[in-house]
Ligand binder design. Structure first.
Ligand code: NPQ
Ligand code: MG
Length: 368
């Protein structure tokens, strides 16, 4: 197919409750929605970059700029564009995986819509619903944290992930374990907040029977993760460190992790995400789908990915209501701890025009 135009829309979705991690506090999700116009019809996507370069070096306005200034002109020049061709066409541009992932997602959506195929079937999904967990931010008090965990367990979430940082780790984890018992699937995510000298401290987490500890150290520091993995009983999971299937091979061969969190934006798209999944499967290592406070567009596509066989742990793919009162698409809800994998063509969902307009802060159209 041929690309003829694009619309970039900035949307602003207030969070139902502030989300605090070791990186900072989020009260609103500003996202970039991309609509591509092609010879075969439209394709929708979102870019998961945040306002600020905190979680990763990418940020929303930078992602929009690299798409507008470099990616679209390059893609307009491709005569026969298909999903795999996006990464090929953009290969000469370094970095910007979240921006690349957004463009690839929109091309995937347009081309699968045109052939009546759903993303999950295209990627090789094997389930029609997927188990889901919830990521619980840092709170002011342990009582407040226990209240949230109670609410999410009542809502049916099958795994609780606690955000941790130095000064908010052993005690909140102990409190959740003591209150809700040993059988609640529990994980922690540090978002790189620790240093190798914290190893003795982190080993104290071993007594709580966690499913995994996510990304304790800096993204580039595979060595320290390998040392920690050898020193701890709890499996180490990498998130920020894994930006490609090649990184996954490297981390697994070094013993830096035994679980991988897959986020399509972080690895440059759904096709690379599947390759990370395939690498992990070849190593007998489970993966799970991470979350980036997606709108309904990214949530739909993540559900398709999480239907692949190697996704053996509940994902950070919560109900819409966990994050937003109003989304740009119809909401997703949890039933018995699961979310349904969309089965309509493409990513399986489109924005609701009225909601999209209400939540849009600015828009621009770019033509060939
Ligand atoms: C993680 N997500 O697994 C991330 C971190 C994260 C659901 O825990 C704006 C955009 C704010 C993306 C805050 C979850 C964010 C963000 C935290 C991602 O590490
Ligand atoms: Mg994480």
């Amino acid at each position: 197919m041929k690309l003829s135009g694009a619309e970039l829309r900035f949307v602003s979705l207030p969070l139902v409750t502030p989300f605090r991690t070791s990186l900072g506090t989020q009260t609103v999700r500003n996202a970039l929605v991309l609509r591509l116009e092609t010879s075969q019809g439209e394709g929708w996507a979102e870019c998961v970059a945040d306002d600020e370069p905190g979680y990763s070096p990418e940020y929303l306005m930078g992602a929009a700029d690299v798409i507008r200034r470099f990616f679209l002109p390059r893609l307009f020049a491709v005569e026969e564009l298909d999903p795999a061709g996006v990464a090929v066409a953009l290969d000469g541009f370094r970095g910007h995986p979240m921006a690349k992932a957004a463009v690839e997602m929109a091309v995937l959506d347009a081309s699968l819509r045109a052939t009546g195929t759903c993303l999950s079937a295209y990627l090789g999904g094997v389930r029609h619903r997927v188990p889901v967990g919830v990521s619980v931010g840092i709170t002011d008090t342990i009582d407040e944290l226990l209240g949230l965990v109670d609410k999410y367990l009542t809502a049916g979430y099958l795994r609780i992930k606690l955000k941790i940082q130095p000064g908010w780790d052993i005690e909140p984890v102990r409190a959740v374990r003591e209150t809700f018992g040993p059988s609640v699937p529990l994980t922690v995510d540090a978002n790189t907040a620790y240093r190798q000298s914290d190893t003795r401290h982190l080993r104290r987490l071993d007594e709580f029977g966690l499913l995994l500890v996510e990304q304790p150290f800096a993204p580039e520091d595979l060595y320290s993760h390998a040392r920690l993995a050898a020193a701890m009983d709890t499996p180490i999971c990498l998130d920020e460190s894994i930006t490609s299937a090649r990184d996954a091979v490297s981390a697994l061969r070094q013993g830096a992790c035994s679980v991988i969190n897959i986020k399509p934006g972080r690895v440059g798209g759904y096709l690379e995400a599947r390759r990370v999944h395939d690498v992990a499967q070849a190593h007998g290592v489970p993966v799970w789908c991470g979350g980036m406070l997606e709108t309904g567009l990214g949530r739909a596509a993540n559900l398709a990915l999480a239907a692949l066989p190697g996704f053996q742990l509940p994902g950070d793919i919560s109900a819409t209501a966990r994050y937003y009162t109003e989304d740009i698409t119809a909401p997703f809800s949890v039933t018995d701890g699961h979310l349904d994998v969309p089965s309509d063509p493409g990513i399986g969902i489109v924005p609701n025009p009225a909601s999209l307009d209400r939540l849009t802060t600015s828009a621009e159209r770019i033509v060939r």
